[in-house]
Design a protein around this ligand. Structure first.
Ligand code: SAM
Length: 274
């Protein structure tokens, strides 16, 4: 088992400033001020560390059994100059604001990428979401993007915070594998003008069907907002507009469900799915 160091703390009070700082990450303002977010569960924390994310704080319930994976998480936090904080199960429940809280949570530094990181390698597949509003949808899209080997997500316009606790939970850990780019609509359209690959948009009145789209061409899949769909200028920026067939009279698919169907049709253009 790892040795205790000066970076180890045992905290019993929710009034402790360390605990207050973690609880502040439940709000968008707190996350922006600290440039950090919360990830829950030992497996997700270790995967974040392995993927190179900086673990600033590791909060561990005093019931957590020692294990090699626990030691790895702890070492990753200490190596990043962070602190390991032991709390009671009851305090953990108050921090997580839920019953059956995980026995390990981490405070992780936020990371986003610039649009210049979206490069047109053969087979590269990116997902762009226009003004996504629902954190559960955003997290589910990240989870599908990871599963289908997409290179990352471009969040266009006024999107919900990808680092909110609801969004991170919905990713089931995939947030650490999916680079996130954020930009406004004007920057996206500017960038799109010099993107040499395709932009495949989705629209309820799109003339194309989702079959036969798989190709080695670098592709951006563009999805619309939950209420309004794709704005006209975004739809115009697409090379292809696809409508997923539904029964006559059906309103539309949920955004995350539609994204998963489209990704299934597009992924594997350069091989790699099994
Ligand atoms: N009322 C909106 C509209 O008119 O577009 C519905 C938006 S829908 C809930 C959210 C997004 O999911 C759409 O912008 C589109 O990207 C995608 N979507 C949902 N159903 C779809 C379908 N049948 N075909 C293609 N895309 C779809």
């Amino acid at each position: 088992m790892a040795e205790q160091t000066r970076a180890d703390l045992v905290i019993t009070s929710s009034a402790n400033p360390e605990i207050k700082a973690v609880k502040a990450l439940a709000t968008k303002k707190g996350r922006q001020q600290q440039n950090a977010f919360v990830s829950e569960g030992l497996r997700h924390v270790v995967e974040a560390a392995r993927a190179g994310w900086v673990i600033r704080r590791l909060i561990v319930a005093d019931t957590q059994a020692p294990s090699p994976v626990m030691d790895e998480a702890r070492q990753a936090c200490l190596d990043a100059g962070g602190r390991v904080i032991t709390v009671s199960g009851e305090l953990m429940t108050r921090i997580a604001k839920r019953d059956n809280a995980q026995s390990v949570i981490a405070v992780i530094e936020q990371k986003t990428s610039p649009l210049s990181d979206v490069t047109p390698e053969p087979g590269a597949l990116w997902v762009a979401l226009e003004s996504v509003r629902d954190p559960g949808n955003l997290g589910s899209v990240m989870r599908s993007a990871d599963a289908f080997g997409a290179k990352g997500l471009i969040l266009v316009g006024h999107t919900v915070d990808p680092f909110s606790i609801e969004s991170v939970r919905a990713t089931m850990g995939a947030i650490v594998n999916v680079p996130l780019v954020r930009c406004d609509a004007a920057a996206f359209l500017d960038w799109r003008a010099s993107w040499p690959g395709r932009v495949v948009g989705t629209h309820l009145s799109g003339p194309h069907r989702p079959e036969g789209l798989r190709a080695p061409t670098p592709t951006v899949l563009l999805m619309g907002n939950e209420q309004a769909g794709l704005p006209t200028e975004m739809a115009r920026a697409c090379d292809t507009l696809v409508r997923i067939p539904m029964r006559p009279g059906a309103d539309s698919l949920n955004l995350a469900a539609a994204t998963a169907i489209m990704l299934h049709g597009l992924a594997g253009g350069a091989g790699g799915l099994e």
